[in-house]
Design a protein around this ligand. Structure first.
Ligand SMILES: *[C@@H]1O[C@H](CO)[C@@H](O)[C@H](O)[C@H]1NC(C)=O
Ligand SMILES: *[C@@H]1O[C@H](CO)[C@@H](O)[C@H](O)[C@H]1NC(C)=O
Ligand SMILES: *[C@@H]1O[C@H](CO)[C@@H](O)[C@H](O)[C@H]1NC(C)=O
Ligand SMILES: *[C@@H]1O[C@H](CO)[C@@H](O)[C@H](O)[C@H]1NC(C)=O
Length: 339
């Protein structure tokens, strides 16, 4: 037990220190044999791509994040209460028995930022959170306009959907309503968005890109967009009716153990730059991906620094040994895995 503990700890610490690779490895979450996770395909390098022209990052401020959440929740609430929008059939959308409140999620924001930095005019192909769940996505390229206006553009597609589709989502090529259906998907409860300003490939003028990632993913063919019924009558276990948005079921604040790339984090207080753990010497670039909570949970790291030369040598020898023998086998928390 003791030795396992030492092995796990040393493994974890050493790999991070010596290999310089990301602590977080999205490559373990491909979407199929051929389609890797976007961030794996980017080799965990989320730097702004060389194809980007006149690029400026405009990460959302705390206030703007609140605006994104409020706009979504207000409109989701209106749909849930049966006063949201008139469909293509001329009828109001029916009430929703379970419609989740949306909360901000840093990991979704981070993945959206990685994608924003690629300046491509399409969705990325494989998005999953670090707990494995799939992620939905709405993208927009607009002239300068308020966030709320852009978000309303997603929602306004409601006029082109038939009420019958609420029971069973199907993809409709003719009427593009996918932004709307992701917007109001009942089981979606987290959102994270990124914004940037750049010249799109094959264009000459700049546009504002807004990319929002959603979890759980919506727009799953064959599933209901939301269950009909009295608002809050079928809230999922562990949730209750929201006090402010009376048609929504509550969501707990997100506790993603954020695989952060510090350089892109708007709020760096959640980043643990590599090696700040080790006396503050920064050998590696701060683009290190760090799952903060997990680092702190490891008592060895919490205890702090390697104290003297003797310890350092012993630690070094252990490291070599464990890298080649034990590390391959070790799983931490069933979630962090190295090879
Ligand atoms: C509804 O669909 C029509 C036909 O495809 C399209 O011209 C119109 O812009 C759509 N309305 C919205 C709000 O998306
Ligand atoms: C919500 O959706 C996810 C994935 O689509 C699923 O795993 C989960 O069970 C759903 N939650 C409920 C309460 O149905
Ligand atoms: C830009 O235009 C070229 C030539 O028309 C085309 O081959 C290329 O796919 C376009 N790029 C994008 C991103 O649309
Ligand atoms: C940054 O995050 C920390 C912890 O999550 C929070 O206490 C702090 O208020 C945030 N700072 C800003 C500027 O948002």
């Amino acid at each position: 037990m003791f030795w396992t503990f030492i092995a796990v700890t040393v493994c974890y610490y050493t790999l991070n220190l010596s290999l310089g690779g990301p602590i977080v490895n999205y490559c373990q979450f491909p979407c199929s044999k051929k389609v890797q996770h976007t961030i794996c395909e980017l080799k965990h390098n989320c730097e702004v791509s060389s194809r980007c022209k006149r690029f400026t990052n405009l990460p959302l401020t705390e206030q703007e994040k609140q605006e994104v959440i409020d706009t979504h929740n207000t409109l989701r609430n209106r749909i849930a209460l049966g006063i949201g929008c008139r469909s293509i059939d001329g009828k109001l959308y029916p009430k929703a028995a379970a419609m989740r409140e949306l909360v901000w999620d840093d990991e979704l924001e981070f993945q959206a930022q990685c994608w924003a930095n690629q300046c491509l005019l399409q969705h990325d192909r494989c998005r999953r959170k670090y707990d494995g769940q799939y992620i939905g996505q709405n993208l927009a390229w607009t002239a300068e306009e308020s966030l709320t206006t852009t978000l309303h553009r997603f929602f306004d597609e409601c006029v082109n959907l038939s009420v019958a589709r609420i029971n069973r989502y199907i993809y409709n090529k003719k009427f593009k309503t996918g932004h709307f259906t992701q917007f109001i998907w009942w089981n979606t409860s987290q959102i994270g968005c990124a914004r940037a300003h750049y010249v799109r490939p094959n264009h000459t003028y700049t546009r504002v890109f807004l990319g929002c990632n959603y979890a759980h993913q919506g727009n799953i063919v064959g599933l209901e967009i939301y269950p009909r019924g009295e608002p809050c009558s079928q809230c999922p276990v562990g949730t209750k009716c929201h006090k402010k948005y009376r048609g929504l079921c509550t969501t707990k604040p997100s506790t993603s153990d954020v695989p952060y790339i510090c350089r892109f984090a708007a709020n760096k207080s959640r980043c643990v730059p590599y090696l700040s753990l080790r006396g503050g010497v920064s050998l590696l670039d701060e683009t290190a991906v760090v799952g903060e909570r997990h680092l702190h949970e490891l008592p060895f790291l919490k205890a702090g620094k390697v104290k003297n030369a003797w310890e350092e040598t012993l630690y070094f020898l252990w490291s070599i040994y464990f890298i080649f023998t034990v590390c391959k086998e070790v799983k931490i928390n069933n979630r962090y895995q190295y090879y």
